[in-house]
Design a protein around this ligand. Structure first.
Ligand code: GLC
Length: 742
């Protein structure tokens, strides 16, 4: 009885504390709001791109016309700006300073797609934490990330910034990033506000062409594209950024259903919403608004709190309020949301010293974590005859344009780091493996280089060596924003270079450093081993060399499907079954008899030329260890709504090499009120196994984990039969079935 009372008192205390702090927060907001003129309120809704600390900017600051700046990362300038805003404007409201700190500020981590390949929330959180520590030391208190756009299209350049094709994985990793940036206290000096983007559906751009329209129907929106945002908002994401795209004819920046019904009414989001760069003004180009005044009216009424750089609010909102086209309440609510985050960040309390605070950039522990992230982001796709890891004593040829490319190795969205700090694979070999005899021949100056005149040098280098390591892939500019590709083969003449090196007859290790999954089927015949790493950041070189020489054992898994041909896109693992799935082997083009009869090839869903399977499936990745799954068991054959079921299996490392396996749990709801995918990831875990060690791994599934947005447009699990699989990829063989009863 005593314990029960103690718990009740504790809960009561916490509730009162939360209530009291919210009350005081609201009181602070209302106190300032009550003093503000309409111009000062609109000033808070105005974010400007920083150009220079000139008289014009200083006057705007003094007049309270700017609520935020983006693209400034100089501590001295930021301190000056904040001092002016706090001490020389009428109400002393500080600015929130935004920056794209996407995968590191100075210490650059792998691009988000690479981080996703680690299937490791804790390392993703650590990367965000380190980025926040470094960025906050420069006066930045808001980052425009995590990007939570689900992407099933490797033609889309921004797949590089995404966390891949799977909603469950991206939800968990996105939330980990939010926690890393924000900690559990936004007022912490090293906490910076996160910004979940791009709300919503941006990754479904038609044709993989950036900024293009999307056509996401309601069920897909609810079950695939919205959940990643909801998961991050549940852990306290401070801000949301609207996307450029229109979905089914409505641009996100003017989509009231998204910004008010879902974000505010359903999810109770209490941060603020910012537009993306020109996404508001572009509603004119979209054909959704006739002029800048209507842009401001539609956006404000839709619930868009802060305008990024296009200035339509400053120009039009006071007049729109006068005309009654935008209510004072709409303005007040927007300003409340902005002030709320500024208070939570502690911006009103922080002092601003006009001198550069010494920052611990590139500290050893930051570099160590960046290397760990890069190691865990690498995916071993092929390893014939155990070519890898390389044995000591071998003479090595280091070939290709990505072997020593300090700028490109960092990947997209690197605004504040210096390439001079990048450690490339060549540099890592030279410093960390001084005993290894090597010869280096890039043969190509950069990935798009078409000049083959140095191929002969690469061939000679391979002839002089026992093994060739060929570094190919993409320059960083070839992925990221506005960089879509309609052909995703290895660009230029890189495949020819690989073929020339392979013709020497020595073992070839292909290392691909890229911002997206490339179509590499044609290259596999010319490589005995393939290690794939999405732009690995600053410490990519040491990570790659430690993996190649066996100091590290690959553990990365594909966060996105690798297609055989670009024409297979979109192809992803959690697809619907269709009425005619092509199961098993299908007839391929060169097997079709001449004058074959109309229906002789089977009327099912596949390509005559590239079949019905990807090159590598979601969740796939090899190791130097040999992992085997067995003894799948269920704690029950049937469970009731509200119950849970435990799924177990034995995982054995049947090798003499310690290794980490990402064990994955997939579930299929066999019959639903709307069709459910053939399988969905519902659990994953990194499991370290010593040589010849076995462990029983288990996943606990609750009925809630089986919930989806069904025909009645509510989120709930439906009774019926479910398949479950456990394995090392989405084609896991171990399967069992259970039933969920009402
Ligand atoms: C860009 C991007 C967005 C970024 C913003 C600020 O256009 O779409 O992701 O955060 O502008 O740089």
């Amino acid at each position: 009885m005593k314990n029960r009372n103690a718990v009740l008192i504790f809960v009561l205390f916490i509730s009162l504390t939360v209530f009291a702090s919210k009350k005081s927060e609201d009181e602070k907001i209302e106190k300032i709001l009550s003093q503000m003129t309409i111009e000062e309120k609109v000033g808070q809704m105005n974010q400007q791109n920083f150009n220079a600390l000139d008289d014009n900017l200083i006057n705007q600051l003094k007049n309270g016309q700017i609520g935020s700046l983006l693209n400034i990362s100089d501590k001295t300038a930021i301190d000056k700006i904040q001092r002016i805003a706090k001490t020389e404007s009428r109400l002393g409201i500080p600015l929130i300073m935004g920056r794209d700190v996407i995968h590191g500020f100075k210490t650059i981590f792998p691009i988000p797609l690479g981080q996703a390949a680690s299937f490791n929330p804790s390392i993703v959180e650590s990367g965000a934490r380190i980025a926040a520590i470094e960025a906050s030391s420069a006066g930045i208190n808001w980052t425009f990330t995590p990007m939570l756009d689900i992407s099933r299209d490797a033609r889309w350049g921004r797949i590089a910034e995404s966390l891949g094709e799977d909603t469950y994985l991206a939800s968990i990793l996105g939330a980990a990033m939010v926690k890393g940036f924000q900690t559990n206290d936004l007022s912490n000096p090293t906490s910076i506000a996160s910004c979940v983007k791009h709300f919503v559906g941006y990754g479904a751009a038609e044709g993989g062409r950036d900024y293009n329209s999307t056509n996401i129907p309601p069920y897909l929106m609810r079950n695939v594209y919205l959940p990643t945002f909801e998961a991050s908002i549940k852990v306290g994401a401070a801000t949301v950024m609207t996307s450029f795209n229109d979905n089914d004819g409505i641009p996100s920046s003017g989509n009231k259903y998204l910004l008010r019904n879902i974000l505010r009414d359903e999810w109770k989001f209490d941060g603020f919403v910012v537009s993306d760069w020109g996404s508001m003004e572009e509603m004119i180009t979209h054909g959704f608004a006739k002029d800048r005044k209507q842009v401001a009216q539609l956006s404000a009424n839709a619930g868009l709190d802060m305008e990024m750089q296009s200035g339509t609010y400053m120009e039009n909102l006071p007049q729109l309020v006068k005309e009654g086209k935008v209510s004072v309440k709409v303005i007040n609510d927007a300003v409340r949301n902005i002030l709320r985050i500024k208070f939570r960040l502690g911006l009103f309390d922080k002092n601003y010293t006009e001198k550069n605070v010494p920052s611990e950039f590139y500290s050893p522990d930051h570099l160590l974590m960046a290397k760990k992230a890069a190691v865990q982001s690498a995916i071993l796709l092929k390893n014939d005859n155990n070519t890898l890891p390389l044995k000591k004593g071998l003479k090595v040829a280091i070939i290709g344009p990505l072997a020593d490319a300090p700028h490109d190795q960092l990947g997209t969205w690197v605004l504040d780091a210096e390439k001079s700090h990048t450690i490339t694979p060549l540099k890592a070999l030279q410093t960390d493996y001084p005993d290894v005899q090597y010869v280096y021949e890039p043969a190509l100056a950069f990935s798009r280089d078409l000049n083959k005149e140095h191929f002969s040098k690469a061939v000679i280098a391979a002839q002089k060596s026992d093994v060739a390591i060929v570094f190919l892939g993409e320059e960083s500019i070839l992925s990221g924003e506005a960089h879509s590709l309609s052909n995703i083969n290895l660009i230029g003449v890189q495949s020819e270079l690989l073929e020339a090196v392979k013709s020497v007859g020595k073992p070839v290790v292909l290392v691909i450093i890229a911002g997206r999954p490339l179509t590499i089927e044609r290259d596999l015949k010319n490589a005995d081993a393939v290690l794939y790493i999405f732009h690995p950041g600053k410490m990519g070189g040491p990570a790659i060399m430690d993996l190649i020489f066996g100091k590290e054992n690959p553990s990365g898994k594909l966060p996105v499907t690798f297609v055989r041909e670009v024409g297979q896109i979109p192809m992803y693992y959690n697809h619907n079954n269709t009425g005619r799935p092509a199961i098993g082997r299908v007839t391929r083009l060169n097997e079709i008899p001449v004058e074959a009869i109309q229906h002789s090839l089977g009327n099912t869903s596949f390509y005559l030329d590239s079949g019905n399977e990807p090159l590598y499936p979601f969740g796939y990745g090899l190791s130097y260890s040999r992992f085997e799954y067995s003894n799948l068991s269920l704690s029950a054959q049937q469970i009731k709504m509200g119950d849970s079921i435990t799924i177990r299996a034995t995982l054995r490392n049947n090798s003499d090499v310690d290794g980490t396996e990402v064990a994955q749990l997939y579930v299929q709801d066999i019959v639903g009120s709307i069709i459910r995918p053939v399988k969905e990831l519902k659990g994953f875990r990194r499991v370290l196994l010593k040589a010849n060690e076995s462990k029983v791994i288990e996943f606990v599934l609750s009925a809630n984990d089986l919930a989806f947005w069904g025909l009645d447009r509510t989120l709930k699990a439906e009774s019926g039969d479910f398949n479950v699989w456990i394995g090392g990829s989405s084609v896991a063989p171990l399967k069992a079935t259970f039933t969920l009863i009402p």
